[in-house]
Design a binder for this molecule. Structure first.
Ligand SMILES: [Zn+2]
Length: 260
């Protein structure tokens, strides 16, 4: 596709990096090591409201230090314990749902969508929507809160590992402009270094707005296609807002901030 550089930022895992590195070297594409962390952001001032924030972390060439890999592993195990409790609750409700079966669908990334899928397949619910509404969502019969780091904890972990923490696709958060301004300035005070302005879910006008905001806060601007293969058939690899590509200089700016 003529891409000069690519970053693979899988959710909460770096397990794809080594394989990608070999392919990148063979294909002469520059590869940035990265990950997208699922975090929870709570603001006492907003009445204790919480948002699920995706935080991108870029590490440049090579994996981050072992202490960061251990940190990822800690949270992976926390998610697994949560999945175990979820399976138990569903069993107590009379469903034959075992964690092993769900993990056949979700592997290392197993989460609620895979539970929902299995519940549909076994006929316990009509569709995924019913699985979430009656059982899996907050207020549902089998709800178990997810174990995930706070956004601030994640920013600190990424910075300690020499990486660059970037707020992913802020346009997907249900923030009004005031909330957005307060939240982002708070995250900047906690060490946030970048803002993902260019993304398929951001209109070009929004991308420009986030670019201006990044300049005001002294943040690096990044972009991505958020390409998820067959799960995002409407997205083209390398294409962001209205199909625009990310200029290569973003790679240089990120590299200037990475401390390895
Ligand atoms: Zn995301």
């Amino acid at each position: 596709m003529g891409l000069r550089a690519i970053a693979i930022t899988d959710h909460d895992t770096l397990s794809g990096y080594e394989e990608a590195r070999q392919v990148a070297e063979a294909g002469k594409v520059e590869l940035l090591c990265g990950v997208e962390l699922t975090t929870v952001y709570e603001r006492a001032q907003a009445g204790g409201r919480a948002w699920s924030i995706h935080l991108l972390a870029y590490f440049g060439d090579g994996l981050p230090p072992p202490v960061f890999l251990d940190w990822l592993e800690y949270w992976r195990q926390a998610r697994r314990r949560r999945n175990e409790r979820l399976a138990q609750k569903l069993q107590q409700l009379g469903m034959e749902i075992s964690l092993a079966e769900v993990e056949m669908l979700g592997g290392e990334q197993t989460g609620r969508p895979h539970f929902a899928e299995l519940m549909v397949r076994k006929g316990y619910v009509r569709d995924r929507e019913e699985a979430f509404r009656r059982y899996l969502d907050r207020g549902g019969l089998a709800y178990v809160p997810r174990e995930k780091p706070t956004t601030v904890q994640a920013i600190q972990a990424v910075r300690s590992a020499g990486g660059v923490p970037v707020l992913a696709h802020p346009g997907r958060l249900s923030w009004d402009q005031e909330e957005e301004e307060i939240s982002i300035s708070q995250l900047v005070a906690q060490g946030l270094l970048g803002l993902e302005a260019w993304h398929p879910d951001h209109s070009p006008a929004n991308a420009r707005r986030y670019t201006a905001m990044a300049a005001r806060f002294g943040l690096v601007v990044t972009g991505g296609s958020d390409f998820h293969g067959v799960y995002t058939p409407h997205v083209t690899l390398g294409a962001t807002s209205a199909g625009a590509r990310v200029p290569y200089e973003v790679v240089d700016r990120l590299r200037a901030l990475i401390r390895r």
